[in-house]
Write a protein that binds this ligand. Structure first.
Ligand SMILES: NC(=O)c1ccc[n+]([C@@H]2O[C@H](COP(=O)([O-])OP(=O)(O)OC[C@H]3O[C@@H](n4cnc5c(N)ncnc54)[C@H](OP(=O)(O)O)[C@@H]3O)[C@@H](O)[C@H]2O)c1
Length: 365
């Protein structure tokens, strides 16, 4: 654990500023949070042992300043504190809200606003959620860049000291590339996955036509090694198993490190859900037919339900509970809470410390 005598200053008391302050403090750093108006920030949302000061006062306390504010605030902050920030390290954590090729990166923009400061681009690929929770997955790699080699080295060490894996990407010119990472979505996976899926569908359709369609009509009683029920069951079982394999591969640390937060979230949540539905359909198509034949009776000696009953009931319960979370009365407040809102005493969900609900955060949560 590193102990730094000089505090690290974080400007902005929003989700990211507070999460980074918590993380830095956990790893032994002194942290000062800067706010435009500390008196209006609810004391309970500020991490314990972190000092909260007015921006100007906070900036005087350290030489490493982290701007945990949106790009729109950079100009006002730079105009107000340009002199105070001279020769200091200023870290830009911003992510653009949309991915626009060729647009000036926020790292370069901040560099142009503060030509006499040592601007470093870092931490933008880590979400506030991941900063606060180590158990929550996602890549632990933090690429960073700066035109100032010394500043780059200091932030490189800082990233390492708080449990992430720093990657030096060179000069601030690469900031655009760093800012595109959260928008990345399996660029090298899409073609092979689409090809495999189309191939699977074509072969399945071909087999279906070959075995079950006679003179334009579907004959599911035609003798075959498996009946149609069995074919569907096999299909869902194979897809579920393949997705489970993809999930397992996506849970390997070496693979996680190559994934953006958005990709990791999709793999664990999106693929996970499809896998559960396919596994459920596999059990349903496999079990229901024999259950119907047995008229849903309990056939064992001890009158215990068959394993199909249990598996179908469990699958149904999991999917039902998941769908329940998508009902508007649960989904909307949950989404707001995830995006930094909190429930007030009268039961309404309102922004935490004045934070606004932002659409770009969909790429994180
Ligand atoms: N949230 C994430 O998971 C995440 C992940 C990676 C990167 N980031 C980046 O981190 C930055 C902050 O994101 P956030 O989620 O923490 O946003 P946020 O919750 O909206 O907080 C932004 C904070 O900036 C301060 N601020 C607002 N307007 C300002 C102005 N005109 N001048 C000075 N300060 C101002 C406010 O603090 P005071 O009212 O106390 O001054 C506000 O709480 C953004 O650039 C974002 O792209 C966020």
């Amino acid at each position: 654990m590193s102990m730094s005598k000089e505090p690290i200053v974080i400007v902005g008391t929003g989700d990211f500023g507070r999460a980074l302050a918590t993380r830095l403090h956990r790893f032994g750093f002194k942290v000062v949070l800067g706010s435009r108006s500390p008196s209006t920030v609810e004391a309970k949302v500020i991490p314990q042992h972190v000092e909260l000061l007015e921006n100007k006062e906070a900036l005087q306390r350290g030489n490493i300043i982290i701007f945990a504010v949106h790009r729109q605030s950079y100009e006002a902050l730079a105009n107000e504190y340009r002199d105070m920030l001279k020769q200091k390290i200023v870290v830009d954590v911003n992510n653009p809200q949309t991915s626009k090729k060729g647009a000036q990166s926020s790292g370069e923009y901040l560099g142009s606003l503060l030509p006499e400061s040592k601007v470093v681009k870092a931490f933008n690929v880590i979400s506030a959620w991941a900063l606060e929770s180590d158990s929550f997955g996602g890549s632990k790699q933090v690429p960073l860049c700066s035109n100032n080699a010394e500043a780059r080295r200091i932030i490189f060490q800082l990233v390492r000291d708080i449990g992430f894996e720093p990657i030096d990407r060179g000069s601030l010119k690469t900031a655009e590339e760093l800012e595109s990472i959260p928008f990345r979505f399996f660029p090298s996976w899409i073609s092979p996955v689409a090809f495999s899926f189309i191939l699977l569908l074509v072969i399945t359709l071909y087999e279906f036509l070959r075995r079950y369609v006679n003179n334009g009509s579907v004959n599911i009683r035609q003798p075959a090694r498996l009946n149609l029920n069995g074919e569907f069951s096999m299909f869902f079982g194979i897809v579920a198993f393949c997705l489970l394999c993809v999930l397992a591969v996506c849970s390997l640390p070496s693979v996680i490190n190559t994934m953006s937060w958005r990709e990791w979230n999709f793999a664990q949540s999106g693929i996970g859900h499809v896998m559960i539905v396919c596994a459920f359909c596999h059990m349903l198509t496999m079990g229901t037919y024999s259950m119907i034949r047995r008229k849903w009776t309990l056939s064992s000696n001890y009158r215990l339900p068959s394993v199909f009953y249990i598996e179908i009931a469990m699958g149904f319960l999991v999917i039902f509970l998941r769908l329940l979370l998508y009902t508007p009365c649960l989904y909307i407040p949950l989404r707001k809470i995830r995006h930094g809102w909190e429930r007030s005493a009268n039961g309404n969900v309102k922004p935490k410390g004045g934070a606004e609900l932002r659409s770009y955060e969909n790429s994180y949560v």
